[in-house]
Design a protein around this ligand. Structure first.
Ligand SMILES: Nc1ncnc2c1ncn2[C@@H]1O[C@H](COP(=O)(O)OP(=O)(O)O)[C@@H](O)[C@H]1O
Ligand SMILES: N[C@@H](CC(=O)OP(=O)(O)O)C(=O)O
Length: 243
């Protein structure tokens, strides 16, 4: 089995989600079981993006718990939409969230830490349907409250699930063809790397907009989980990041 993670850009609209569904179908053909981790749709001012949800009221400064609950809805909405569009494309699937997904968190609202992953319900669901969708960026604390796990945290959700499920690897679908020598937005000379170690990746994550969340990469290094970063829009080979 593999874990596939689709971020806000991949989930942007029905056209891009059609491409995601093509990748999920290929994942199912090649690996039988696919756990799909999704982020909230779009970026910035897009209606259901994380930034937009966090701006729903300035009163969120008085309740981090309420702010986290609102932010977590972006990934829930994205999961529901992708689930329906997968069914439309003939791919049966299940969504698990909250306590069902077994991602336990601790620490501060807005920046929770994954303390444990209990994949029991995911494993059970995979027996019924090879495709299980998990909303990224969130977990449940010991009091049953929803917590988010830091911006870009769906990468961490995907990697933590990959570790707990012993996935052969975790795939990330990005708006770049793979990990490049530098952020291609800031220079045309950036070259795609075919393979690297997680250790070699870490310095490239010291930026405001890293290709993978740094905390997620460190988790993958500690748990020795192989990662594959590839472009959404093509079948061009991406970048293998090996532990
Ligand atoms: N070394 C790098 N190689 C490729 N992309 C990079 C690199 N450093 C930063 N990036 C940025 O990472 C972005 C992709 O990550 P991100 O937007 O977080 O994906 P997601 O949609 O999954 O959240 C690219 O658009 C690019 O600007
Ligand atoms: N939606 C959350 C979590 C996330 O990981 O998003 P993305 O995969 O689109 O970077 C955020 O914006 O921080």
């Amino acid at each position: 089995m593999i874990v596939q993670k689709f971020g806000g850009v991949a989930m942007k609209d029905k056209q891009t989600r059609k491409i995601c569904i093509g990748h999920i179908k290929s994942g199912l053909e090649n690996h039988q079981n696919v756990v799909v981790v999704v982020s909230a749709i779009g970026r910035g001012d897009d209606p259901y993006s994380t930034d937009r949800l966090l701006r729903l009221t300035d009163a969120f400064i008085y309740s981090k718990a309420a702010s986290d609950l609102a932010a977590s809805c972006g990934e829930l909405i994205a999961s529901a939409i992708l689930s329906a569009e997968l069914e439309e494309a003939g791919v049966p699937n299940r969504i698990l969230h909250g306590i069902q997904a077994g991602i336990w968190t601790s620490g501060d609202f807005g920046d929770g830490t994954i303390s444990d992953v209990d994949p029991t319900m995911i494993v059970d669901s995979l027996q019924e349907s090879g495709c299980v969708i998990i909303p990224g960026f969130q977990g449940i604390n010991e009091f049953g409250q929803v917590m988010t796990i830091g911006r870009g945290g769906s990468d961490l959700s995907a990697i933590a699930l990959g570790g707990a499920l012993r996935a052969s690897h975790v795939e990330f679908f990005k708006d770049v063809p793979g990990v490049m020598t530098s952020d291609p937005r800031f220079g045309a000379n950036a070259k795609k790397l075919d393979e690297m170690s997680i250790h070699q990746l870490l310095p490239l994550l010291e930026t405001n907009h890293p290709v993978i969340q740094k905390r997620a990469a460190i988790y993958a290094m500690q748990k020795a989980i192989p990662l594959y970063v590839r472009g959404i829009a093509s079948n061009e080979k991406g970048t293998w990041i090996l532990p």
